[in-house]
Design a protein around this ligand. Sequence first.
Ligand code: CA
Length: 246
Amino acid sequence: MPETETAPGDCEAQVCYNHTLVAMRILVIEDETKVGCFIKRALEEESYAVDMCEDGAKGLEMALATNYDTIIVDLMLPSLSGLDILKAIRRERIQTPILILTAQSQVDQRVKGLDAGADDYLTKPFAIDELLARIRALLRRGATDSPGVLQIDDLMLNPATREVTRGGQRIDLTLKEYALLEYLMRHTGRVLTRPMISEHVWNQDFDTFTNVIDVYVNYLRNKIDRGRTKKLIHTIRGSGYMLKAD
Ligand code: CA
C-alpha cells in the first residue's frame, strides 16, 4: 500500500508509525517496581515496546485503550486485582494474549485466572528466560489466532490480509488509514478520543497531531462513507470519533 498523502507533521508521524508497525507492544501491570522494571528491561532488550503500570485500574484503562500484542498482569494489585482486569478485558471481547504472574501460594487464583481467560501463567519467582520464551509463544499464538475478520454492518476488515471491503467492494487504504480503521473497528461503539488515537496509531503525543488525526479521519470517511446512506464513522463533538452502524 503506497503512502501518497501528505498532512501537517506527516514526516514525523510516519517515522513513529513505522516504528509501531514493527514493534510488538507489551503492557506490564505489576505493582512491585523492582519486578516490573526487571521485566520491562528484559523485554526492551528483546526489542519489544513496553508500557508499564503499577496500578490495577489504570492498567485496565491502558489495556482497553491500546491494542497490545500481549499483556502481563500481576494478580495482587492496588485498586483492581489482576483477575478483575482479566475479566474486564475479556468482557470487552479483547482477545489479546494475557499472561498472569502469581505467587507460589496462589494455586486457586491461578486456576481462576486461566478460567477467566488468561492464556498462560508464571509463578514468582521466575527465570526471565522462561518469561521471554512464554511471551514468544503467546505472540506466535496471537499472530495466528487473532486475525478473525472484523465486521461492522457491511464493512469488513481482514487483519491477516489487510483487505478492507464495504458492501463487497474493495477499498484501498494507505497504511495509516488502515491502522486507524483497524483501531476504530476493534473498538466499535466506543468513543475514541484524539489522544487515544494519536497514541495508538501514531505513537505520538496528542498536542501537535490533532490536525493530523482529523485529516486522516476525513481521508477514511471519503473512502468508507462517502456516497453511502449509512455512515459508519461518527464525530462525537468535544470528544473524538466513534465507529458504529447507526
Ligand atoms: Ca503485586
